[in-house]
Design a protein around this ligand. Structure first.
Ligand code: PBG
Ligand code: ZN
Length: 362
């Protein structure tokens, strides 16, 4: 290649390396001039040249107000055990849970999503531990509302933590019964609300569960307690870290594909959401988040409802693991992932990153 065939940019680079770094690669110099060709008239880079411009035209942002942190409560006293598969998250006995809740409140995070991890001896085929008045979740909720009343306590309503086989309801000949399980879920939700839960989040993906919960709560006078429905919850392998180590509820056999959604479907997710709204859901949810942003986007566009998405354990674990071996920058990837959920239309993000994000945004 002869000198004459080189492009203007190459020549510029060779002859004025200093200037190229300044004007093209780095921040624009204050005089903001560059030898232009007069084309194009519209230069989108004008508003990207420095952080002040970028902040002015930024379309989406992540706020501490958007966050809900999942927490795991265990029986006992003085327990704070890190969950191996979800590093930075812990199994907490009620006393430690209160300490944690105060920290979360002080960080400005609006709420937590509470999961109970009962003693295995408490599990049975009918999930009676799920609605025991002094079960682990009910006790924890009472303690939280007494000691940290400013923090919203959202309780996950499912039966998988309380059945011996870890299915989300009652089995008959290996099949998950819908209506019998739905009634136990409603009873469980009521026991949470009676203990003081601010909002219930039914997670089992059973037909008619939202209506059952709404009726049960209303009949008991809890007409003002909202329901955040896990409306489009997919049968995803991204939950593995959660139930293997988070709630210790690995299925004894089978899978959840007869009630959770097939991840090849999206129209069906819209039908699930429409039905939950019809049945009385106040907030609808898409879960998982990251591989399902098309569903998040459609849900917001088609329903304009308050919308949550659950950045699940597997999504957290992937970023954490990649950061651990030096492949990715944890904080930056975390922000990129969570903003993508906001961009897609989520109002609320349930995430194990919540404390880390709050510390970043503070
Ligand atoms: C069910 C429930 C699950 C999760 C939240 N609620 C597990 C499942 O349905 O299999 C998964 C959350 C996560 O992976 O972070 N109670
Ligand atoms: Zn479940």
């Amino acid at each position: 290649m002869t000198m004459n065939n080189k492009s203007a940019v190459t020549l510029l680079e060779e002859n004025m390396p200093q200037q190229r770094t300044q004007t093209i690669g780095g921040p624009a110099p204050s005089y903001g001039r560059e030898a232009g060709t007069g084309f194009p008239a519209r230069r989108l880079r004008r508003l990207r040249q420095n952080d002040r411009f970028r902040r002015l035209v930024r379309e989406h942002s992540l706020s501490i107000d958007d966050l809900i942190l999942p927490l795991f409560v265990v029986p006992g006293h003085g327990i704070k055990h890190e969950i191996n598969a979800i590093p930075g998250n812990y199994h907490l006995s009620i006393d430690k849970l209160i300490e944690e809740a105060k920290e979360i409140r002080d960080l400005g995070i609006p709420g937590i999503l509470l999961f109970g991890v009962p003693d295995p001896k408490e599990k049975d085929l009918l999930a009676t531990g799920a609605y025991a008045p002094n079960g682990i979740v009910q006790e924890a909720v009472r303690a939280l509302k007494k000691n940290v009343p400013e923090l919203l306590v959202v309780t996950d309503v499912c039966l998988c933590e309380y059945t011996t086989h870890s299915h989300c309801g009652i089995l008959q000949d290996g099949y998950l019964l819908n209506d019998a399980s739905k009634d136990v879920l409603a009873r469980t939700a009521l026991s949470h609300v009676q203990a003081g839960s601010d909002m219930v989040a039914p997670a089992a993906m059973l037909d008619g569960q939202i209506r059952a919960l709404r009726q049960t709560l209303d009949d008991d006078g809890f007409v003002n307690t909202p329901i955040m429905a896990y409306s489009a919850k997919y049968a995803s392998k991204l939950y593995d870290p959660f139930f293997k180590e988070g709630t210790q509820s690995t299925l004894s056999h089978g899978d959840k594909k007869t009630h959770q959604m097939d991840f090849s479907n999206s129209n069906e997710a819209m039908r699930e959401i429409a039905m939950d709204i019809e049945e009385g859901a106040d907030i609808v949810m898409v879960k998982p988040a990251l591989y399902y942003l098309d569903i998040v986007y459609r849900a917001k566009t088609e329903f304009q409802m308050p919308l949550a998405t659950y950045n699940v354990s597997g999504e957290y674990a992937m970023i954490d693991a990649a950061a651990r071996i030096g492949r990715l920058d944890k904080k930056l990837i975390m922000m990129e992932a969570l903003i993508s959920m906001k961009r897609a239309g989520a109002d609320i993000i349930i995430t194990y990153f919540a404390k880390e994000v709050a510390n970043e945004l503070k």
